[in-house]
Design a protein around this ligand. Structure first.
Ligand SMILES: NC(=O)c1ccc[n+]([C@@H]2O[C@H](COP(=O)([O-])OP(=O)(O)OC[C@H]3O[C@@H](n4cnc5c(N)ncnc54)[C@H](O)[C@@H]3O)[C@@H](O)[C@H]2O)c1
Length: 266
């Protein structure tokens, strides 16, 4: 029995993850603030024969999160898995620290960091009742280094990576595992809409596999972490990024030099 937050958008990471988990036999509650999209996405999964339900939820609200957990337990009898995928994502004004809009910073942290803490605060007691569970927090590759945009977003993702280790430590003795998945550039509808050709090219060049990831490639890793196949994995931050985070910053230029026939010499 699983909850996936931020699952409203068809074809994006949350809905793809919900479908993969449902295909593997889980009953899944899809939760999101975007009511119309949430209802339509859940209906499309139900029409494929999956055991799913939807619950409109603002994860930054403690009352709403309590209601989501209560709905889930009432509907399906237990809670085993939480995929904390909801986030305030692309905000064009999230740029340099000296220009930071405090409201933007606070809203980003309220959804991305407090939202995950609330889901864990109210979900963990239900998992303890059934002898354990698995929590997966969706972070971001933006938290692995400094950059010129997504300052508040990346900082909020850094916060949840630390929270992931604290939850793994505190609730491991109750057989609750907690891991984070940090996606690199994944071609979702918002990136398709919002990314200029120049930025697309930069991301692609810095992904050693040479392309953007697909939402399902995050969902597959989440489903693995949710399952007993990952029974000895906890407290980890797993980069699912086509290699964006593994190469030295100089390697992109060196690869281009070599491609043009200039072998670098030391
Ligand atoms: N697409 C990428 O390249 C990428 C890269 C790194 C990390 N991520 C992370 O993956 C996750 C999914 O992102 P996505 O790219 O599929 O985009 P998305 O916009 O489809 O997912 C975010 C969802 O969160 C929902 N949401 C926003 N505020 C909410 C709230 N207060 N309560 C409940 N739901 C709320 C949105 O309505 C949306 O459906 C996010 O955590 C994002 O930070 C994505």
């Amino acid at each position: 029995m699983a909850i996936v937050t931020g699952a409203a958008n068809p074809g994006n990471i949350g809905s793809e993850t919900a479908e993969i988990m449902a295909r593997e036999g889980a009953s899944v509650v899809l939760a999101d603030v975007a009511e119309d999209e949430l209802v339509a996405t859940t209906r499309a999964l139900a029409d494929k024969g999956y055991n799913v339900a939807s619950c409109v939820t603002d994860v930054s609200s403690e009352d709403a999160v309590k209601a989501l957990i209560a709905f889930t337990v009432e509907k399906f009898g237990r809670l085993d898995v939480i995929d904390n995928n909801a986030a305030r994502t692309a905000v064009g004004a999230d740029l340099l620290v000296a220009d930071m809009d405090i409201d933007l910073w606070d809203k980003t942290f309220a959804i991305n960091a407090r939202g995950i803490m609330l889901m864990c605060k109210h979900g963990i007691p239900e998992m303890i009742k059934v002898g354990g569970g698995s929590i997966i927090n969706i972070s971001s590759g933006t938290a692995t280094g400094g950059n010129f945009f997504t300052t508040a977003y990346a900082s909020s993702k850094g916060a949840i990576e630390v929270l992931t280790r604290y939850i793994a430590t505190q609730y491991g003795p109750y057989k609750i595992r907690c891991n984070a998945v940090a996606p690199g550039p994944i071609m979702t509808s918002s990136l398709k809409r919002g990314l200029s050709p120049e930025l697309r090219d930069i991301f692609r060049r810095h992904t050693v596999l040479g392309e953007f990831g697909k939402p399902s490639e995050i969902g597959e890793v989440v489903a693995f972490l949710a399952s007993d196949r990952a029974s000895f994995v906890t407290g980890q931050i797993i980069q699912v990024d086509g290699g964006s985070s593994v190469h030295l910053s100089t390697s992109v230029e060196l690869a281009e030099m070599m491609a043009s026939g200039n072998m670098p010499t030391a």
